[in-house]
Design a protein around this ligand. Sequence first.
Ligand SMILES: *[C@@H]1O[C@H](CO)[C@@H](O)[C@H](O)[C@H]1NC(C)=O
Ligand SMILES: *[C@@H]1O[C@H](CO)[C@@H](O)[C@H](O)[C@H]1NC(C)=O
Ligand SMILES: *[C@@H]1O[C@H](CO)[C@@H](O)[C@H](O)[C@H]1NC(C)=O
Ligand SMILES: *[C@@H]1O[C@H](CO)[C@@H](O)[C@H](O)[C@H]1NC(C)=O
Ligand SMILES: *[C@@H]1O[C@H](CO)[C@@H](O)[C@H](O)[C@H]1NC(C)=O
Ligand SMILES: *[C@@H]1O[C@H](CO)[C@@H](O)[C@H](O)[C@H]1NC(C)=O
Ligand SMILES: *[C@@H]1O[C@H](CO)[C@@H](O)[C@H](O)[C@H]1NC(C)=O
Length: 868
Amino acid sequence: MGMRVGWTLCLGLLVATTAWTVQSQFVPADNLLIACGAPASVTDNGRVFMGDGTTLTNPTLDAPGAVVGSTTVPNANLANPKLVQQARIFTANSSYTFTVTPGRHFVRLYFFPFVFTSFSPNSSMFSVTANQYRLLNDFKPAVYSTDARPLVFKEYSLNVSDSTLVLNFDPSGTSYAFINAIEVVSMPDDVVPDRAISLTQLGAVATWGSANTALEMMYHVNVGGPSVSPQNDSAGLYRTWQADDGYIFSAALGQPTYQPATTIVYPLPLTESIAPQSVYQSCRTMGPTTTANAIFNLTWIFPIDLGYTYFVRLHFCELLSSTIGQRIFNIYVNNQTAENGIDVISKTGHADYAMYRDYLIRMETPGATKLWVQVGPAASSVSAIRDALLNGIEIWKLNTTQGSLATGVGIAAPAGDGGSSNVKTFVGAGVGGAAALALVAGLIFFFCYKKKNKGLNPAKSKKHAPPAWLPLPHHGMSNTMSTASYKSGTGSYVSTVQGSNLGRYFTFAELQEATNNFDESLILGVGGFGKVFKGEIDDGTKVAVKRGNPCSEQGLTEFQTEIELLSKLRHRHLVSLIGYCEEHSEMILVYDYMANGPLRGHLYGTEIPPIGWKQRLEICIGAARGLHYLHTGAAQGIIHRDVKTTNILLDENLVAKVADFGLSKTGPSLEQTHISTAVKGSFGYLDPEYFRRQQLTEKSDVYSFGVVLMEVLCARPAINPALSRDQVNLAEWALQKQKQGLLETIMDPKLVGMCTPESVRKFGETAEKCLQEQGSDRPAMGDVLWNLEHALQLHEAAMQAEQPNLMDASAPMVSSLMPPPMLSHPLDDDDDGSSESSERHILGSDDEDLEDASASAVFSQLVNPQGR
Ligand SMILES: *[C@@H]1O[C@H](CO)[C@@H](O)[C@H](O)[C@H]1NC(C)=O
Ligand SMILES: *[C@@H]1O[C@H](CO)[C@@H](O)[C@H](O)[C@H]1NC(C)=O
Ligand SMILES: *[C@@H]1O[C@H](CO)[C@@H](O)[C@H](O)[C@H]1NC(C)=O
Ligand SMILES: *[C@@H]1O[C@H](CO)[C@@H](O)[C@H](O)[C@H]1NC(C)=O
Ligand SMILES: *[C@@H]1O[C@H](CO)[C@@H](O)[C@H](O)[C@H]1NC(C)=O
Ligand SMILES: *[C@@H]1O[C@H](CO)[C@@H](O)[C@H](O)[C@H]1NC(C)=O
Ligand SMILES: *[C@@H]1O[C@H](CO)[C@@H](O)[C@H](O)[C@H]1NC(C)=O
């Protein structure tokens, strides 16, 4: 069972880059504000709306028989009385034509129904279109106007692809249309993204072709804080953010927090356009009672129109804690799990940093006219406190395939041809949120979508479908595809490596046969990405088959990286890639089979007999050689980023091979000394300097390798939360012992009597150098290699001496210093979020799988510890 571990791809901590600069303020290219029916300009809350009764050149008005109406009846419930006390009344098909800069715009419409002469608003019914989009259909503003909220306000976002926006008002039958004010304002591109995590096709990322999709703003909610007026929105955007009081279900249970004095940081690529400071400065958490928190979700309920796809953006900012693992929660949209195990701090890296997540959901179940947004604590054993948090909610409606946003039209759309059928799906990756945005650039390389018209190219789509998640045509296959079919699957790729040979292409059927149809009894390992099976190909060659879980949110990028790197690298101490398969949205890699599995299984936690000191040294030397080759062998050095004992595999002769290049990065070129990147890696192995500064160098691998060395010597996990606080983190603890000259007191008792003090001393010194705080103080991998070889020589020389001076049982071996027996789930019964647990500064577990998967995968594994 120990061999289950190891072949995993790992995302580890995902932390947004802190490289932020002074926010460049958004200045809208177009800011066309019109007071309809007004004889002169009207100033509303500091903004000047031009009266369309003056001679306007932009927009132009084509309104045969239009009437200008006005009212003098005061209405105390109007926020903009002067702006809307007059109206333009249309008795025939009429339009405003705006000349704009192409791009996405807010279009805002103000309707204030009032009686004017014979025009009674009760009899006003009309349709509104904006270019090709139907915004409103047989719309009766009076129906939506109440005494408390007399103004009917509609906000849309649409891309004007050329420079003309025609806003058309068409009275229904013999009725009339009216409008009080119009805004057409340019929008920054990042406010409406092109893709989000699809909850209709779980786990997939969908894009809705934002270039030609219009959206209707349904809700902008500032959770836990005051409503934000347009003047107090991010400069230039003038959105209104409502307080969440009207939407929170059982408000008494939640606890609002508002910290107006806190300055929110927007890590790039976020800008303040995403949401104003005040949205992130306030949040709602569940409350102080941990036990109560365990049994409910914070719930917000929003009435929506059936038959449309909705884009839901949730804003998060941890204001109350800056520690990873404190508040880990799940997100549900429409009673469906949107994401598990979200830890805002682990995503942003800091308190007061903004992030958001984007989801797409199609609402079509009859009767389900309310959209539920919920957050609730992840299972009890995971976070230090059982709590959840939310700062802001945006809900936008997407137009149907026919371009309509009008209420009721969505339902009427022919079955199967609603908004979502046009939503292209990128299988297997997740986007949304500050950190994930950093991955978007990478994603662009592989997005593929399910072809709408599958019958288009039946012969080719079957067996030799292009490897849609690969940026490259694979060897020998490009000939078999027509250019057209290749393009349709891969038109969006950017080819990064031209003409390289990615190894053998396997068909899915071949791999089914090789693995006895993915027989569970052949599983070698399970990780965040999927399962690894033992298989046999051709003449009985044993292989390891890594099958990506198509629902895995993290996989694509890592998969792609691994293929690209491994196909270029060949080394005795690197695992070899034999080939891959991409069919039926499967992502499968085929490697050399490593008969002896991961190094960790030979150290502790399994039934495998532990290996001796000489073998351990040789394995460390092999792994060091592999890493040294990675750092220096390739034209541009490669940084592994996830060095750990489960990523060092042993073949049948116990030769070490470095595996799992999913997180690797090509090293800095000569001019740079580091790569700035989001922090990834595994708990317990992460270079503290990298964590702090997000600057990746080869020395980060050296640090992780230092942890591996300590693990090899001490035979315990890098993180073991079952131990006392000073011992949880192996790197810290072993370094402290090494500095005190007491390292041998914590070494693996099974080594006692088998190793020589000289070589252990050399080994300890080497590990200590690797674990230096500053990367510049750490040796290069080549030096590490040299020192380890020296340690081996010392050992061999001593063994050949007549009376080897072996460390024996009489050496000071204080048993109380040894790790206590492992507990299966040490955090489990931590019922009240006690101070002990909240002090825990690193979340971890003694579980052998823990460091192998992404933070969220870790949590879901803990939540769902099946199979152990
Ligand atoms: C109203 O006018 C617009 C253009 O001004 C035109 O495209 C549309 O078809 C007209 N609608 C009707 C019902 O005539
Ligand atoms: C419009 O209709 C509502 C409800 O039918 C009615 O209460 C109201 O008095 C009407 N208003 C006018 C101006 O006729
Ligand atoms: C708007 O549409 C044009 C043309 O379709 C496209 O090139 C552009 O990228 C779109 N802009 C946005 C912000 O979607
Ligand atoms: C904007 O915010 C400030 C302080 O947060 C508040 O005093 C002011 O009234 C707000 N302005 C508007 C127009 O709501
Ligand atoms: C979500 O679940 C609750 C409680 O089970 C139910 O009342 C509600 O209708 C569900 N909402 C949706 C949108 O399905
Ligand atoms: C929270 O909401 C989700 C989705 O509606 C539901 O499955 C889960 O049981 C809820 N949790 C609690 C503790 O009520
Ligand atoms: C929105 O409408 C346009 C047609 O005007 C269409 O091309 C586009 O696909 C629609 N968007 C979605 C998400 O269906």
